[in-house]
Ligand binder design. Sequence first.
Ligand SMILES: [Zn+2]
Length: 389
Amino acid sequence: MRKISADYIFPISSAPIKNGIIVINDSGKIVNLLSSSSGLEDVEKYEGIICPGFINTHCHLELSHMKGIVSEGKGLVPFIKELMSQRAADSDFVQQCIKDAEAEMMANGIVAVGDISNGSDTFSQKAKRNLHYHTFIELYGFLDNQADEAFENGRVLGSKLEKQNSIYSLVPHSPYSTSQQLWEKICQWNIENKGILTFHNEETEDENKLFLDGSGSLIELMKWFGLDTSFWKSTGNTSLNSIKGLLPKNTKTLLVHNTMTTVKELSSLNMELESPYWCLCPNANWYIERKLPNLDNFIKTGSKITLGTDSLSSNWRLSILSEMQCIKKHYPEIRTATMLSWGTQNGAELLGIESNFGTLEKGKSPGIILITNSNNGEITGSSQVVKLI
Ligand SMILES: [Zn+2]
């Protein structure tokens, strides 16, 4: 039995407890939360904030070997070109980087990950179950006649994960890289298998330009991929508005990045879908585009936010606290309590693991972390994570 106290305990499911105490049994399960230590012995006392383990809802663990390789601040299309042309690497090196990246996430208090996979490089590490993973097998296919092959490749990867009892969903990469036929196959699969849909959404202004009138740099990217771009039909609408009719109403859906998403788009999707979640990856946005989404829009529309690190190809580290520090730098008025709910409870709900993760409540084993160098219950630029359980 451990009794742990800190300046603030953030259960997330209830109000912060100043100088609270959390009691944990030998198997790491929470047995009590107390507001006073009077009469208690052997209380471990820490300076800072105690909260549940973090949920990283968008990562690409398989790109961990690309840390520091792709140039910063050039925009999405140069980023993708550099990434694709430098992605190949020695498989032992790739495996070691995956292992190291997972260890980094664990040290940074992350307990569960929604992880994008194009291939099977991460599967053996996931089989070790050091963290809870939901693998999003990501499918591409610009043309309708590529849909069957892309979908079949996804099914083959999925059966590998099934054999090792790992959880997964089949997902589209983005509105612009997924043909209507492939969208329909993927959505149908998620309806039948109670999956989670996720895709990169409106990461750059040029994504909307492509859909609006076929202009911008993404059409160049398609040519770079060797495609005859005469297949492309603009819709006269934004990227999200062009595909939202395809989204199943009752399937949990996580839209990632959302840098250009407007209040109108947020409100209407929040109304139309039963469980929409909006993943912000501020460090990756800054790395690639030097631009962040307008967070005020998400807050005023009551949008359910989660946080993601994206991959080490577009981030300096895999840390949810670091994502919060980036937000705090650009939006100092956003409270730590609010950001913590994005990085814990909302992510756990999205991944369907809220019965054990995401909040500090009796009977749960959500991981317990300490955030140091806080200022009266607020994180600071020098805060760090110490994993307590
Ligand atoms: Zn991504």
